[in-house]
Design a protein around this ligand. Structure first.
Ligand SMILES: Cc1ncc(COP(=O)(O)O)c(C=O)c1O
Length: 452
């Protein structure tokens, strides 16, 4: 299974997202040709267990017939129509009603886009229009966090707190409106977690005071920071953030693109962390990524302010509220509900997998911490242990483990020293055991070879 899977197609016709063009030119892409449940098959016939479910985005697993049939049915009835100029379609109306039922009570109205990045951009525009309607034209700043990830369109890249995504394009990191993440391992490893959570939330209040509440439109954050390394705040963090936003008249946007639709063992990260945002973004688990769809949910207060302002809402995309994507989302949510997959993450496979990691991975000297909730877990290596290993890239410490796991038939990803695990919700106990055993072996080998 060495090297990338060969295909005779002209792969140099395609610039891949978040890839190294030189590596692609030299090796070509690994071409996936089939997915089935938790497994992917490449064009060389290799089988992989997808331990990160696409990009933490395929909770129901690959090639679910119920979802595929919903797409065909809708394509034969009305494959596409736009929703501009007061037009509409039935699947997106049904989907909005369904989302109102399953999202937190405060969230009442939905705007649809095709990607999480567009949902973030749309949430920002809605926040701006909301404050203008309230006569608060000065409220423009959006505060975000270090290690946050909000997408790759230009404004979303600016909100992202990972410089790697900004550097190549000269996009301003705008650190003056960013705050530190609740990253206890890095910032206050020995502090009591709940005290640290309170203290980390107060960084938001300090930043609002510094900028002036009259200039701040919103704070955006992921309930657990996914791409940035599975950074998981203590219980005290989000309720305190909610209170600070209320006190200073700042909208709270929960970016639930990754945490939504059961990944944390509750329908949404807000349910898991006991808070309600004014706006939320969602995608990924909305359709299990079978088709591109995302949404912004907003509170009744925001929806009614926009409605009563008398202003036009001059924002939208050709594919907003796409009927086939909406039909796929409805079928996907139906699978999550009928197969009780969110409950499965909460009560069965989530705790089972976590227990396996706790018994075989956590005791390894190479490992500093395992964190996360449900099936959104991260294993951070003890970086100090490898400081003297000249052969390792300190900025990409866990990469050799990801490469080794690929050879063993498991797809993982890493962020620096952190390995990310976000398997499909349908993972069996046996598959979880195999994954944990392979990972324990790969980390042990990495440790032995790095310190040799
Ligand atoms: C929290 C969060 N927000 C936004 C995005 C961007 O979504 P998309 O890649 O669909 O534009 C992502 C993608 O990983 C995400 O995890």
């Amino acid at each position: 299974m060495s090297g990338a899977s060969g295909s005779n197609l002209a792969y140099d016709a395609h610039l891949h997202p978040v890839s190294h063009p030189m590596v692609l030119a030299a090796e070509g892409p690994r071409t996936m040709v089939r997915g089935d449940g938790c497994y992917l098959y490449d064009s060389d016939g290799n089988r992989f267990f997808d331990a990160i479910a696409g990009l933490a985005s395929v909770p129901i697993g690959y090639s679910n017939r119920h979802v595929a049939e919903a797409a065909i049915g809708q394509m034969m009835a009305l494959p596409y129509y736009h929703s501009f100029f007061h037009m509409g379609n039935l699947p997106s109306q049904r989907l909005a009603a369904k989302l109102r039922e399953i999202t937190p009570d405060r969230i009442e109205q939905f705007f649809f886009t095709s990607s999480g990045s567009e949902a973030v951009e749309s949430a920002v525009k809605i926040a701006w229009q909301y404050w203008r309607a309230k006569g608060e034209r000065g409220k423009r700043a959006i505060i975000s966090r270090d290690h946050g990830y909000h997408g790759n369109t230009i404004f979303a890249t600016m909100l992202t707190g990972i410089e790697h995504y900004q550097d190549g394009f000269g996009i301003d990191a705008a650190t003056e409106r960013r705050i530190a993440a609740p990253y206890r391992l890095a910032l206050a490893r020995n502090e009591d977690p709940e005290r640290f959570g309170e203290r980390a939330a107060l960084w938001l209040e300090a930043r609002i005071n510094e900028l002036g509440a009259g200039t701040v439109a919103a704070f955006i954050g992921e309930p657990i920071q996914g791409t940035g390394g599975g950074i998981t705040p203590p219980e005290s963090y989000w309720p305190r953030i909610r209170e600070i936003c209320d006190r200073h008249d700042v909208l709270l946007i929960a970016d639930e693109v990754m945490t939504g639709f059961g990944r944390l063992g509750a329908w949404f990260g807000q349910d898991s962390f006991a808070f309600e945002a004014d706006m939320m973004t969602m995608s990924k688990g909305l359709t299990s990524s079978y088709l591109p769809l995302a949404a912004v949910g907003m509170s009744g207060e925001i929806a009614s302010t926009l409605r009563n302002s008398g202003e036009f809402f001059v924002h939208g995309f050709t594919a907003s509220a796409h009927p086939t994507c909406a039909a796929v989302a409805l079928a996907n949510i139906d699978v999550l509900e009928r197969e009780a997959l969110v409950e499965r993450v909460r009560d069965d496979i989530g705790p089972y997998f976590r227990k396996g990691l706790a018994s075989l991975i956590e005791p390894l000297e190479a490992v500093a911490e395992i964190r996360g909730r449900g099936l959104m877990l991260a294993v951070e290596l003890d970086t100090a242990r490898y400081q003297a290993s000249a052969s390792l890239d300190p900025h990409d410490l866990a990469a050799p483990i990801v490469a080794d796991m690929l050879q063993r038939g498991f797809i993982l990803r890493n962020n620096g020293a952190t390995l990310m695990l976000s398997p499909p919700f349908i993972m069996t106990h046996e598959q979880a055991d195999d994954l944990v055993a392979a990972l324990a072996d790969a980390i042990t080998n990495f440790d032995r070879m790095s310190l040799a």
